[in-house]
Design a protein around this ligand. Structure first.
Ligand SMILES: *[C@@H]1O[C@H](CO)[C@@H](O)[C@H](O)[C@H]1NC(C)=O
Ligand SMILES: *[C@@H]1O[C@H](CO)[C@@H](O)[C@H](O)[C@H]1NC(C)=O
Length: 261
């Protein structure tokens, strides 16, 4: 057994915005008291994804597709993966095609449970890497791309409710993801400073062994997705009243006091 020690840091720029004071057209309101809440909620979240594709500039939510991330830093210590990497000027395409498979909301805590499928994601950027994947030492810097296919993501988002003006908002405090992928192709240009034979054979090897490669990167990828998702959900839900999503949402601040006992 080894200890996975890693750190992911992501730079995203969010600013404070004026929140929606009237319900935007792309929101389908559901009622928790409706026996078909889950199906209503699934449709509602699907519509939300469509609206998020081009972004919501009025509340400073950047486009989801393509998503631009200025910088991702990854540091991981021991284990089969030992990586010190930076990805700059990252563009992620594909989330516009997200299919929402399931959306549930906890009756007491309002935590979200969401399952989505994304047919094809492409991540492009400039990498700077020094480390080991599957015990192969990798060093290089240059352009790269990764394409996970048929990604199914289970997302649990923990929320706390709070009130502002006459609205109830979701304060998303953490996001946990579990995912499966059906395939992964990738290319890292200029590996080993462009020793061509080594660059090509290593890329071929990583592609041929995509399953163990993606398994070894799982902790890093999960954390990266969680961090990006959390920033995104926070920006969205601090500016989109929960009442518009769930018409009969109940906020009971006294519950917080009970917890102290
Ligand atoms: C995608 O993955 C899911 C879950 O692993 C699987 O059930 C489904 O058949 C896959 N779809 C395609 C098009 O590969
Ligand atoms: C959201 O939750 C975090 C963590 O508990 C807290 O620090 C922050 O003040 C909360 N924000 C609002 C607006 O309630």
């Amino acid at each position: 057994m080894h200890i996975e020690l890693f750190l992911v840091s992501i730079v995203l720029h969010y600013t404070t915005a004026e929140y929606y004071k009237t319900k935007p057209d792309f929101i389908q309101t559901c009622l928790k008291s409706d026996p078909d809440f889950d199906e209503c909620s699934r449709q509602s979240v699907q519509k939300l994804f469509h609206a998020l594709g081009p972004g919501l500039p009025e509340i400073d939510v950047p486009p989801l597709d393509p998503m631009k991330i200025p910088k991702i830093r990854i540091l991981q210590g021991d284990g089969p993966v030992n990586v010190n990497a930076a990805l700059d000027d990252v563009t992620v395409t594909g989330f516009g095609e997200t299919e929402v498979l399931l959306s549930q909301v906890d009756s007491k805590t309002y935590d979200f449970y969401t399952r989505v499928r994304v047919p094809k994601i492409r991540i492009e950027g400039t990498y700077d890497l020094k480390g080991k994947i599957l015990l192969i030492p990798l060093v290089g810097r240059g352009r790269c791309w990764f394409e996970p296919k048929n990604m199914t993501i289970d997302i649990v988002s923990d929320v706390k409710l709070y009130e502002k003006d006459d609205f109830v908002f979701f304060n998303v405090t953490s996001a946990h993801v579990k995912y499966t992928i059906g395939g992964l192709t990738l290319r890292m240009n200029n590996l080993f400073d462009g020793i061509n034979s080594l660059e090509d054979s290593t890329n071929a090897y990583l592609n041929a062994n995509w399953r163990p490669v993606s398994e070894s990167l799982r902790p890093i990828l999960s954390k990266t997705i969680e961090d990006i998702l959390l920033g995104f959900l926070q920006q969205l839900f601090h500016n989109l009243p929960g009442n518009f999503m769930i018409g009969d949402i109940k906020y009971n601040p006294s519950k917080k006091v009970d917890k102290k006992v």
